[in-house]
Design a protein around this ligand. Structure first.
Ligand code: ATP
Ligand code: MG
Length: 205
């Protein structure tokens, strides 16, 4: 399955999510390719730190046309392809949107993030003139408590489905991602493990 983790807004948790999906599926025994479609190359850099643990295959294509060609080829070789794009509307993001079986949109329970989903909805509508796109929005870096999560969930615009599989703002998740790991691997933060597992299950259902 091809999953593209996309949002035209920056810093919402795309790369961290892509890393957890790619590592999570790999340790479940799936043949995974993690594709970094962001010029910044953070996903590649993070996964390059995986020393002494199961390696995850990576590729870096920041150009939309090349991404399209290469993923079309890789599709026959890998069971899962996870694409992480940059936080802006560009050729790679649009190509990833059309390649993906599922477009996964992380957003935070903050007003600017919720408003930014309208931009994604508009882009999805434009892409749907070409082909159908299945889009799921989920809360990344959700609050531990309070009403903001629910309010943000209720504000998800038409054109994308709210996926009830929030991942909390947790230091363990950020720390693990910094060294190319998923919280699933050391298993110490049980709440984080539960949330990441739930997300993977919901996305690959
Ligand atoms: N669940 C989480 N808990 C705590 N921190 C998180 C979580 N997810 C992401 N972060 C942190 O938030 C910041 C942004 O995350 P990330 O780089 O994954 O976002 P992004 O959408 O890929 O950003 P960009 O648009 O720059 O590519 C990073 O410092 C990351 O460590
Ligand atoms: Mg990123």
């Amino acid at each position: 399955m091809i999953v593209a983790v996309l949002n035209t807004k920056g810093g919402v948790g795309k790369t961290t999510t892509a890393l957890n999906l790619a590592v999570g599926r790999a340790i479940q025994g799936r043949d995974v390719l993690a594709v970094d479609a962001d010029r910044q190359g953070s996903l590649i850099a993070a996964l390059g730190n995986r020393e002494g643990v199961q390696a995850v295959a990576t590729a870096h294509y920041a150009d939309g046309q090349i991404l399209r060609q290469q993923v079309a080829l890789a599709k026959t070789r890998y069971e899962d392809i996870i694409i992480d794009a940059g936080g802006r509307d560009n050729s790679a993001l649009r190509a990833a949107m059309l390649l993906a079986d599922v477009v996964l949109i992380p957003f935070q329970p903050r007003s600017f993030d919720v408003w930014a989903l309208d931009d994604m909805a508009a882009l999805l509508a434009e892409m749907r003139a070409v082909q159908d796109v299945h889009a799921l929005a989920f809360l990344a870096m959700a609050d531990a408590r309070g009403r903001d999560n629910d309010e943000a969930a209720e504000s998800v615009p038409d054109g994308m489905q709210y996926l009830d599989a929030a991942v909390g703002r947790r230091k363990s998740i950020a720390d693990a991602a910094g060294i190319g790991r998923s919280v699933l691997e050391d298993g110490k933060d049980e709440k984080a493990v539960f949330e990441v597992r739930r997300l993977i299950k919901a996305v690959f259902r």
